[in-house]
Write a protein that binds this ligand. Structure first.
Ligand code: EPU
Length: 420
């Protein structure tokens, strides 16, 4: 039965929470694990719906997956069968496209439905395809299904027109066992990419340049098992940091790599938020006065598009007119309409949103149109007077591990109800 999240706003947050493993690393690490010929153990896997969907895909491919304790999975692909991935689970998330690179790299053949995921406007995968073709794959697309085949994969020089996270990871996976050397130029540099390359190198791959914009992959014949621990989720951390900046009284956020959040922390400091930054934790409190700012989303290390919606909720409380320029997904503004229902004063002329504040927020019935919109509405709900009801919370559950439980521990008045 569908659920709604309800929040009674106005309660201060205090105490500490621990950030989970990075969702956007996890959803690539799991498909990457199937490139191995033996067991891969990963620690720090968040308990989110996207992981359940990926595990469903692994089970369908006869990959043995065991969860020995929370966050600890053992993936054994030694009996895997390369079946067409046309089942419904593929459409439940964007990251199912990582099976393209992984299956192509391992079997030189893959049949897969178009992936699903959040509606953020157009999300083409032409750069992934360009990379696979450069490595020697033939790509057919009919009725929503891709068929990729290659007699052999041979290293190539691939320039990405845009530093796409997904294309970079997918091409790395396809090239890991190709013959010879592949260069990916204008590669994306997000920490999640470094995490995936770290896993592949532990499996025996020879990949250099992770975290820079040129990645070099020397194909190897075989990849083996390994043990890997996931990096913390910088977007979840950022979401809690923003919540604490909105409603916190010295909230401590543990399991953070502060360097991954430099762009957000610098913007919050410009707004007047007080922060105490430790080596792996931060302590944040709400600022008595927030100043309006201008933000532009960019590829890493710029300001993350995934934190744009959460930050916009906070900007409703800043004095003056803030602007948000969205350069990654130029139409990623669905949250603005929902925030307006709660009292926000936001004009959107994509790719620019202008937020005038401060505006008092009030409880309303709103809808999480996508994952980060959901996070933005939770922040607005914490700030609002009265009760906010958020529908379509399955989007939130796709990417935040136990968000409401963590917030309850910090003192938020948040609960779930079943609806018809
Ligand atoms: N793009 C193309 N062609 C391509 C690939 C991308 O034009 O072949 C464009 C996209 O349309 C978009 C831009 O390039 O305008 C960036 O796309 P990118 O490929 O970098 O994003 P992604 O891999 O699809 C991942 C995260 C997103 C996050 C972006 C940007 C996963 C599963 N998703 O998406 O996360 O917003 O990188 O950092 O890792 C989220 O967590 O809420 C989320 C949407």
């Amino acid at each position: 039965m569908p659920q709604v999240i309800k929040i009674e706003g106005g309660h201060r947050l205090s105490g500490s929470i621990e950030v989970s493993g990075a969702k956007n690393a996890t959803v690539a690490l799991i498909p990457a694990a199937i490139l191995a010929s033996s067991v891969v153990t990963i620690v720090g896997i968040p308990n989110i719906a996207d992981v359940a969907s990926l595990n469903e895909l692994l089970a369908y491919l006869d990959v043995d997956v065991q969860t020995v304790e929370t966050g600890h999975i053992i993936i054994d692909p030694s009996h895997m069968v390369n079946k067409p991935l046309t089942i419904d689970a593929v459409s439940k998330l964007r990251a199912s496209y990582y099976f393209m690179g992984a299956l192509l790299g391992k079997y030189h053949h893959v049949t897969i439905k178009m992936p699903g995921g959040c509606d953020l406007g157009p999300r083409p995968i032409d750069l992934h395809i360009k990379g696979f073709e450069a490595l020697g794959a033939k790509v057919d697309y009919h009725d929503g299904t891709y068929v990729l085949t290659a007699d052999k994969l041979v290293g190539a020089r691939i320039f990405l027109d845009f530093a796409s996270v997904g294309a970079t990871i997918n091409i790395v996976m396809a090239a890991a066992m190709a013959k010879g050397r592949t260069y990916i130029e204008n590669a994306a540099r997000e920490p999640e990419i470094i995490d995936v390359i770290t896993l592949l190198n532990k499996m025996g791959a020879r990949i250099h340049g992770a975290g820079t914009n040129v990645i070099t992959i020397d194909g190897v014949e075989r990849l083996g098992g390994c043990f890997h621990e996931i990096i913390p989720d910088r977007i979840e951390a950022g979401t809690f940091i923003i919540m604490a900046a909105a409603m916190g009284q010295d909230v401590r956020i543990d399991n953070v790599i502060p360097q991954h959040l430099d762009a957000l922390l610098s913007k919050l400091s410009e707004m007047g938020v007080r922060m105490d930054i430790g080596p792996d934790h931060l302590t944040i409190g709400a600022a008595p006065f927030l100043t309006a700012i201008d933000v532009k989303t960019m590829t890493y290390p710029g300001f993350a598009t995934d934190l744009q919606a959460p930050l916009t909720a906070l900007l409703t409380q800043a004095h003056g007119r803030s602007t948000v320029l969205e350069t990654i997904y130029r139409q990623r503004f669905n949250h603005c309409e929902q925030l307006r229902l709660m009292g926000a004063d936001i004009d959107v002329e994509a790719p620019l949103a202008s937020i005038s504040g401060p505006t008092p927020m009030h409880g309303a019935e709103v809808r999480a149109t996508d994952l980060r919109c959901g996070a933005s509405l939770v922040i607005a709900g914490l700030l609002a007077k009265g009760v906010t009801t958020i529908a379509d919370v399955h989007h939130i559950d796709r990417g935040y591990e136990g968000l409401d439980g963590k917030l309850e521990r910090l003192g938020a008045h948040i609960w779930r109800e079943q609806v018809d």
